[in-house]
Design a protein around this ligand. Structure first.
Ligand SMILES: Cc1cc2nc3c(=O)[nH]c(=O)nc-3n(C[C@H](O)[C@H](O)[C@H](O)COP(=O)(O)OP(=O)(O)OC[C@H]3O[C@@H](n4cnc5c(N)ncnc54)[C@H](O)[C@@H]3O)c2cc1C
Length: 415
């Protein structure tokens, strides 16, 4: 009989299994996919932003739900400890802009492989293509799991400690399909409503189809909910068939999604020229116009100010045809152009589904989990770790750290 069964070989499950095995426990790790860390391998655009090196207090500001709860796991195994941990495993790391930490190789699989090998070295037994279907309990205690093995047969394994590290429901193709919520619900746990977070936002802007493929490197963005300023961000933002994405859009998406669910009016107002105030922008436009021939098109003036995809949408918003001569441009139209460049409004009417969401907000209520051990307060021997819990954070390496810290603590099995 094993001392612990871990369900899910993602960031949290691998860390939990390794920690339990390191302390001399016999551990069985059950993973329904063909290999470990499928999601880790696609993180950070294939480079894996594994944590963020900011000081602890600043780090906590980026945890959006249940930061107090998470703080205990984080103090036991924080971002510095994570950096040391991977460097000891031989993975050289770099700290990049925004204190984001990546493997020096630029390869996310180095992180997934290092964790998997670390588990194997400590004797964790890993079974792939093995889907847990039920957690067995009796009299408020865990006594094992039922699973379907790689040959399709149902099996039972008895064990007094089960760690649920099944992730959320985002990017389900990586194996995270929300099974942990079903298990937790069946054992009487409250599941906070799950919704996509860090997900592209959909706009009803009439010219949105012109914008597909547009990437804006330095943009100011203000999120308004029912006309009240809710969040202000600066950085990169892009448009694709998935919606408005990029770091800025993802950062505001959590508040936007919640507001949309509450049926509030949401808009994103973009400052396309954040480095210039209105007066400087006016001077710049006048200067550009002075250098142009009167019979040059408005489109050519716009091209000097913004990327190509924005030319037609801007011309339409200014209500001055892109193929009209700049000599015909009135002061009123120039003022309108300045206003739009400093605040182009994108009504947000929807958001991309879980298939495109980087993380899942909501999940197993932290109120029913002991923050010092990650053990359920309802069922003895049942532990939770990672995204299955109602904890989510900003982009920047924070979510993997949540998985590593909670996984590490759960793997200590109450000490
Ligand atoms: C595209 C993308 C990019 C991201 N980039 C970053 C980044 O750069 N930095 C960052 O901090 N975060 C990033 N994240 C978020 C981060 O990857 C997750 O928060 C983190 O991986 C969660 O880890 P986890 O172990 O809790 O869950 P998961 O990684 O989802 O692992 C859960 C595991 O459980 C297995 N499983 C599920 N149900 C069962 C079952 N019934 N039986 C057996 N096994 C089961 C799954 O197959 C899976 O392997 C990104 C996410 C995505 C989708």
């Amino acid at each position: 009989m094993y001392d612990a069964i871990v369900i899910g070989a993602g960031a949290a499950g691998l860390m939990a299994a390794a920690e339990a095995a390191r302390a001399g426990r016999s551990v069985l790790l059950l993973e329904k996919m063909e290999k470990a860390g499928r999601k880790i391998r696609i993180t950070g655009k294939g480079r894996c932003n594994l944590t963020n090196a900011r000081p602890a207090e600043e780090f906590m500001d980026h945890v959006r739900a249940n930061a107090d709860f998470f703080n205990v796991a984080f103090s036991e195994f924080n971002n510095r400890a994570t950096i040391r941990f991977f460097e000891r495993l031989g993975v050289k790391l770099d700290i990049e802009r925004g204190e984001r930490v990546f493997p020096h190789s630029g390869k996310a699989w180095d992180i997934a492989n290092a964790l998997t090998e670390y588990c194997e070295e400590h004797g964790v037994e890993i079974m792939y293509h093995t889907r847990v279907t039920e957690i067995l309990t009796l009299g408020g205690r865990v006594y094992g799991v039922k699973y379907i093995n790689r040959r399709g047969f149902e099996r039972k394994e008895e064990c007094e400690n089960v760690i649920v590290a099944t992730g959320g429901v985002s990017y389900p193709s990586t194996g995270s399909t929300g099974d942990g919520y079903t298990f937790a619900d069946a054992m009487g746990h409250t599941i906070e409503p799950v919704r996509p977070a860090l997900t592209p936002l959909r706009t009803s802007h009439p010219q949105r189809e012109y914008l597909n493929g547009l990437l804006l490197k330095n943009v100011g963005a203000k999120l308004y909910v029912d006309n009240e300023l809710r969040q202000e961000e600066f950085g990169e933002l892009g448009f694709s068939e998935r919606g408005i994405e990029g770091a800025v859009a993802l950062r505001v998406s959590r508040a936007a999604v919640d507001a949309l669910i509450d049926q509030k009016r949401v808009k994103l107002v973009l400052d396309l020229k954040p480095a210039l105030d209105a007066d400087t922008l006016r001077e710049r436009i006048r200067r550009e116009m002075a250098d142009m021939q009167p019979e040059e098109f408005f489109a050519e003036l716009l091209r000097k100010l913004v990327p190509k995809n924005l030319v037609v949408p801007l011309a339409k918003e200014v209500d001055f045809h892109s193929k009209s001569y700049i000599s015909k441009l009135t002061d009123t139209e120039i003022e309108r152009l300045i206003k739009i460049l400093k605040g182009m409004v994108f009504p947000i009417t929807d958001y991309a589904p879980f298939e495109y969401a980087v993380v899942t907000a909501g999940g197993v209520s932290c109120d029913e989990v002991n923050r010092y051990t990650m053990e359920s307060v309802k069922v003895k021997g049942l532990y939770f770790a990672g995204e299955v819990l109602d904890i989510d954070a900003d982009t920047g390496g924070y979510n993997l750290q949540v998985a590593f810290s909670t996984g590490r603590l759960a793997g200590q099995l109450k000490k």
